[in-house]
Design a binder for this molecule. Structure first.
Ligand SMILES: Cc1cc2nc3c(=O)[nH]c(=O)nc-3n(C[C@H](O)[C@H](O)[C@H](O)COP(=O)(O)OP(=O)(O)OC[C@H]3O[C@@H](n4cnc5c(N)ncnc54)[C@H](O)[C@@H]3O)c2cc1C
Length: 466
């Protein structure tokens, strides 16, 4: 069966020699197939690398006409490796990486196959930035269109709120400009309605970056986490500048388990940034402080080392909290003291405040809220609980730890502090529960799917809408 489908595909591709064809028999197959998650070893029918939007359109038409299921792949960082499915074609967009900055320097049109690191470096060379996530090898569109938390969140908001236009290969295989309804769906439900061949996003001028890690003494992780968060809450009450984004991290490094914050100051007023660096460092006993002026290429290099490049297991959970209260910090701390020492077990806290939240005084916030299907607009802390492992043998213990943490948190802390929504990209366990992901927008997501993909051509796109 696969052979007859492959020979038909090969005959079709003869007319389009620029589309790169990588069947399982190719010497490149194993390396091109590689994704972050190693727990599923699915073998796709073949991998195809189109070189233009027109070639993506040809492939979608071909797959539809021949009843072949396909996935879309960019950075390969879906937590369950869902960009690769047994027997399905892979449309691998990684050759589509151009970035075109508008003349007024307010926006850029970014092709759908670019990785965050390459986008950030290209914009930096023009004195510009746009929000990206913490891990540079993640695909940009896959990060931005499902939410997009990261080190610019407090200043300029989520990835989803940067999107002002998109070009999509739709379910007929036509290349179309997304209308306002489709854009609303793309802002939160990503590629479920079509292949996103480019997005136009807001960009911002920035010449200096003050960034790095502040690591605290955390031999007693419960005490360290509780005291840091109590002090941080006091700082917040006095007011924190929007240019500062703090991400708390607990991770395993060669010296052992570390607790600290990723400090990110996105303003050219670096003197003020240095003052905030001191204030954040004063919130606990510091054992290492790498915060310094740097450029985006250097920051990208540093961040690449933060997580292993491939993992097993499957224990990723999120909770959105209103506050990291003392009670919350203590439950987290108790569980973090038991975190397995595998480098793929991690815990982090993304804080969302500022323009993407409903508490923002900025009028455009209401536009964000109404023009996207991203649900959680309360200011919040998104707990990212990653129970992965670097070896297959470790996977059960890591998964169990993450699941215990998520469950105990739910059972042992004030439930009124836990917001109703989960973050789709980091909580695959909740991917079947569309109300938990999209809240009051869930029905709208299904309705948009019916309108834009009535035949479910993009059946394997995320989220899986049945
Ligand atoms: C190590 C790690 C760190 C992460 N850090 C963060 C973080 O800091 N903040 C955050 O918010 N999230 C984070 N994430 C989650 C990440 O943003 C999502 O998993 C994202 O969807 C991955 O995109 P990708 O292109 O790398 O993945 P892939 O596995 O290549 O793609 C996953 C799916 O996304 C869809 N997709 C991607 N691109 C397109 C496109 N152009 N057109 C249509 N559909 C498309 C497809 O359905 C595809 O199958 C992280 C994930 C990992 C594994």
């Amino acid at each position: 069966m696969a052979d007859s489908r492959l020979s038909a595909l090969e005959a079709f591709l003869k007319d389009y020699p620029s589309i790169k064809y990588i069947p399982p028999s190719s010497a490149d197959f194993a390396s091109v197939r590689e994704v972050w998650y190693h727990g599923r070893r699915d073998t796709p029918l073949a991998i195809l690398q189109p070189q233009s939007a027109e070639e993506v359109s040809l492939l979608v038409k071909y797959a539809k006409e021949n009843g072949i299921q396909f996935t879309v792949r960019v950075g390969g960082h879906n937590l369950e490796g869902r960009a690769i499915v047994d027997g399905a074609l892979v449309i691998d967009l990684r050759a589509l990486t151009s970035v075109t900055v508008a003349d007024d320097l307010q926006s850029a049109t970014v092709q759908g196959g670019i990785l965050q690191q390459d986008l950030a470096i290209k914009l930096w060379s023009k004195g510009l930035v746009t929000p990206i996530g913490t891990i540079p090898a993640v695909g940009y569109v896959g990060w931005a269109t499902y939410g997009g938390y990261g080190p610019f969140s407090s200043h300029w908001g989520l990835g989803v709120d940067q999107i002002i236009g998109a070009t999509v290969v739709n379910s007929n295989g036509d290349i179309i400009k997304a209308d306002e309804n489709l854009l609303k769906g793309i802002r939160g439900a990503g590629g479920t309605f079509g292949v996103i061949v480019d997005v136009t996003v807001k960009v911002y001028p920035l010449k200096s970056l003050l960034a790095g890690a502040i690591i605290f003494d955390a031999q007693d992780i419960c005490k360290a986490l509780t005291e840091f968060n109590a002090a941080y809450r006091r700082l917040l009450e006095d007011g924190l500048p929007s240019e500062l984004t703090i991400q708390q991290l607990v991770y395993n490094a060669p010296p052992g388990r570390l607790f600290g914050v990723s400090f990110f100051w996105s303003s050219d007023n670096t003197e003020e940034g240095q003052r905030w660096k001191e204030k954040i460092a004063s919130l606990g006993p510091v054992i290492m402080n790498t915060v310094a002026l740097k450029n985006i290429p250097d920051w990208v290099t540093e961040m690449r080392a933060l997580v292993p490049s491939s993992v097993y297991g499957g224990g990723s959970h999120t909770h959105n909290l209103k506050q990291i209260t003392t009670e919350a910090a203590q439950v987290l701390g108790r569980n973090l003291s038991k975190m397995p020492s595998d480098p793929a077990c991690m815990f982090s806290v993304h804080q969302l405040r500022g323009p993407s939240t409903s508490h923002s005084t900025n009028d455009s916030n209401f536009t964000y809220k109404n023009n996207s299907v991203f649900a959680e607009r309360e200011p919040h802390y998104m707990l990212e609980i990653l129970g992965f492992s670097t070896t297959e043998e470790n996977k059960h213990v890591c998964e169990q730890w993450a699941s215990d943490l998520a469950n105990q948190f739910q059972q042992e802390t004030d439930t009124t502090n836990i917001l109703p929504h989960a973050y789709i990209s980091l909580d695959p366990i909740n991917n079947g529960n569309m109300v938990r992901i999209f809240g009051s927008h869930a029905e709208e997501v299904f309705a948009l799917k019916k309108t834009y993909d009535p035949d479910n051509v993009f059946a394997l796109a995320l989220p899986l809408l049945k």
